[in-house]
Design a protein around this ligand. Structure first.
Ligand code: HDE
Length: 755
């Protein structure tokens, strides 16, 4: 076809063959009768394919608007066929000898359909199995050109990307809002090859050396006998390991903070974790750490909310990402870099840059923005894209290089290896989502699931039979050349540098940088997790680790566990807090935040209509909740109900507005509870509304009401005049006040410590 340049070249070659006899590999050029035996020295095109041998399209379908191009659809014809394309007249009945007779072995359609089904599943990722992804675009600001020659980071280049977010410990079907680290992996389809930034939402890791990865993961995964608990760190083996292996302390502390229960993938930071080395056009090198900064700010759930969501909507994060993109509220992150001189010691302000359990506070090395990521399209097929995408920290492009972080070294081995078992062979780079957007001319051949029809006679170098192709590039033709860093002469040893043995000063830095309410959450998380352990020794060791971070943290958790607080066994060195680590103290945009509007037939429906429109105008999402589905009849335009008291729960929204005091619903639940009455109060408000209000109050959400909402607030035990509880004389005024509160994400004063 005209679209396929290889077919066109093949046709041309065939024409040449007819007119001029054999060619030497350059279409249109008359050939010498016998190929030259010397290895050619000039690059020129390889032998063209034979006319019937055109390879599949090498351009990836990724990044195209979903569904826009028929060629990306598997279903290509109006009729159902077998996998071999034969049309079928029936797919509901096996072929049988008579209506009631035995099924015949010769039924190919039956066997093909069942066999394919039997093999539909592939092994899930050994870690990060649970994930969700999206397509997007990365636009460079050009500001990184001083430090890197990577073309996608210079000028105003636009690069298609695919991003996959994940939890770490849970299986593919586990819940989204568990307490865990989140993966944040980005595939940049650059013209110079694919660059993968395979990061997390926590900037440090549990271990300093890859050889310990199976240990931490075996400890975190469910117990081998009963295979419980699923997707949890609150169990003995996890705490056994992280308290014995104190280099895990920093990461574990982040896991016990609100960072481990994000409100949304859209409100998470991302980190490259390791220090990377950038190389500019002059060959000068700079050490960097990569950061993703969400435009919507960094927000989290509260623990009870996260636990409820696990039951109520296990797909909460996945749904949130897909809904936002579908609604056109494209999530955005700025990519930033912290830069450090590439010194022989590879330290910065005394911090070892090769130690992946350490951060460099932003106050010491500001994050400099270098580009903007926008996620603007949902995958069309979860399996083909989200499940089959294969990331690798070794997928690098010229201008980006690695350092000798021993954790990174092991990852460079692991990711290729794992894809071979997960994706069934070495040709996973040919899967559509994994195809590079740069021309490929490797000499890898054959193997399981080979989809390319390679041509040419000589997949080896040097050769003369394929005209010497492919040729090697040099620095001036875009080759990836490793930075020639000096490797000191050294003795082979299994040891870490002395600087790697400080396991507590940075956890202390994190703890001391938290606001009071964030500390309260951390204390509660440790108390919960250690409290779920059965082994006394594990709890005690956990407290010892906390004593080495901070005595107050240790004492509070010890009180909760009913155990004595031990003394520190390391000097409690002074640290300068890093305010940038706290999630509080900012005002954030409200795009995509959800406002629950609770009402019934008797509520102020005019007000509901106005508020709904205002919420949409502000780029937020209104959720009208009423006793039953359908429409609420108002004078004028009826109000569409989106959730009922039976289907809604407070965890779905970020703030709640109450248009009146909705009476008991007419369904069994509402009616029964209403009859039962409640502690002497007359059940004038539906009990499920009371639950929504008390949960929203406990979870620090802004609450606003008008049109007689006070009755419901009273009945729910939400104190009038409490922080973040507003009653107003109109919906507009209530919304206006609630919106202001929502800018700070939560009403932090509610948590007792006052933010
Ligand atoms: Fe991974 N990690 N990892 N990891 N990792 C995998 O690769 C591994 C580490 C991260 O959405 C696996 O394709 C080792 C740090 C993400 O597909 C596997 C070590 C960071 C994802 C693997 C680490 C990560 C993975 C499993 C210690 C943050 C999901 C499936 C040396 C900087 C990517 C796969 C996706 C996935 C190995 C440590 C991030 C087994 C050996 C540190 C985001 O290869």
């Amino acid at each position: 076809s005209e679209k396929n340049p290889l077919k066109a070249a093949a046709q041309k070659a065939a024409d040449v063959l007819r007119e001029d006899g054999p060619t030497d590999g350059v279409p249109g050029k008359p050939a010498a009768q016998t190929p030259s035996v010397a290895e050619p020295t000039e690059p020129h095109a390889p032998l063209p394919p034979k006319p019937d041998q055109a390879a599949p399209e090498t351009v990836s379908p990724t990044g195209r608007p979903t569904g826009a191009d028929q060629s990306t659809n598997a279903q290509g014809d109006a009729y159902l066929t077998t996998a071999q394309g034969a049309r079928l007249y029936d797919t509901d009945h096996s072929l049988k000898a008579g209506e009631r007779g035995p099924v015949l072995l010769q039924d190919h359609h039956l066997r093909e359909k069942i066999t394919h089904f039997d093999h539909e599943r592939i092994p899930e990722r050994v870690v990060h199995a649970r994930g969700a992804a999206a397509h997007g675009v990365f636009r460079s600001y050009g500001t990184a050109a001083k430090v890197t020659k990577a073309a996608f980071l210079t000028g105003e280049a636009e690069t298609p990307v695919f991003v996959r977010f994940s939890t770490v410990l849970g299986s593919r079907g586990s819940s989204d809002t568990v307490r865990d680290t989140r993966g944040f992996a980005t595939k940049f389809y650059t013209g110079e090859g694919t660059f993968d930034l395979v990061g997390n939402n926590i900037p440090v890791f549990f271990i300093q050396d890859a050889v310990k990865f199976p240990d931490i993961i075996h400890a975190g995964k469910p117990h081998p006998d009963r295979e419980i608990p699923q997707a949890q760190s609150a169990h003995d083996t996890f705490w056994d390991f992280v308290t014995l292996h104190t280099e895990a302390t920093h990461h574990t502390l982040w896991n016990m903070s609100d960072r481990a229960i994000p409100r949304s993938f859209r409100t998470m930071e991302g980190f490259g974790v390791h220090t990377f080395r950038l190389v500019n056009a002059e060959g000068a090198t700079t050490l960097v750490k990569f950061h993703w900064k969400p435009k919507l700010g960094v927000h989290s759930l509260v623990w009870e909310e996260a636990q409820l969501i696990n039951g109520i909507d296990p797909d909460f994060h996945r749904r949130d990402l897909a809904d936002a993109i579908e609604a056109g509220a494209y999530p955005q992150w700025e990519l930033g870099i912290q830069t450090f001189p590439d010194s022989a010691e590879q330290t910065f302000e005394g911090i070892d840059l090769l130690d992946p359990t350490k951060i460099v506070p932003e106050e010491l090395a500001p994050v400099q923005p270098v580009g903007l990521l926008t996620l603007n399209a949902n995958p069309s097929n979860f399996f083909a894209e989200t499940e089959q995408v294969a990331f690798h920290p070794g997928h690098l492009v010229p201008g980006i290089d690695i350092t000798d972080d021993p954790l990174l070294a092991g990852r460079l081995f692991s990711y290729l290896d794992t894809q071979i078992s997960r994706l069934g062979g070495p040709n996973f780079a040919q899967l559509p989502v994994n195809r590079t957007h740069a021309p490929v001319n490797d000499m890898h051949r054959d193997g399981m699931h080979q989809t390319a029809v390679h041509t040419g006679a000589a997949p080896y170098r040097p050769n003369s039979l394929d005209g010497g192709c492919p040729f090697l590039a040099g620095a001036d033709t875009g080759a990836y050349i490793e930075t020639p860093v000096e490797v000191p002469t050294a003795r082979k040893q299994r040891e870490a540098p002395a600087s790697f043995s400080d396991h507590f000063s940075q956890p202390r830095l994190f703890w001391r940088s938290m606001s009071p309410v964030e500390r309260e959450h951390i204390i509660a998380a440790y108390t919960f997790e250690l409290g779920k352990c059965y082994e006394q020794a594990v709890k005690e060791r956990g407290l010892q680790v906390l004593a080495n971070i901070d005595p107050e943290l240790c004492e509070q958790v010890a009180t909760g566990l009913g155990l004595p607080a031990p003394e520190a066994t390391v000097p409690l060195t002074a640290v300068d807090p890093s305010p940038a680590l706290s999630q509080l103290g900012h005002t954030w945009p409200l795009d995509g935040r959800v406002i629950g509007i609770v009402t019934d037939e008797r509520g102020d429906l005019d007000g509901v209509r106005t508020v709904r429109r205002a919420v949409l105008d502000a780029g937020m999402v209104p959720l009208v909740i009423a006793p039953a589905g359908g429409k609420l009849d108002a004078e004028g335009e009826p109000v569409q109900v989106q959730r009922t008291f039976a289907t809604a729960r407070s965890v779905e929204y970020d703030a709640v507005l109450l248009a009146g005091a909705p009476g008991p619903g007419s369904d069994a639940y509402g009616a029964r509870d209403a009859k039962a009455g409640d502690a002497g109060t007359e059940a004038t408000t539906d009990p499920r509304v009371l639950l929504m209000l008390s949960e929203a109050y406990r979870h620090g959400k802004a609450i606003g009401g008008w049109a007689g909402a006070e009755t419901a607030l009273d009945a729910a035990g939400v104190p009038a005049g409490a922080p973040g509880v507003v009653t107003a004389n109109s919906g507009t005024s209530a919304l206006e006040q609630v919106t202001r509160l929502l800018g700070e994400h939560r009403v932090w004063e509610r948590f007792g410590t006052g933010g």
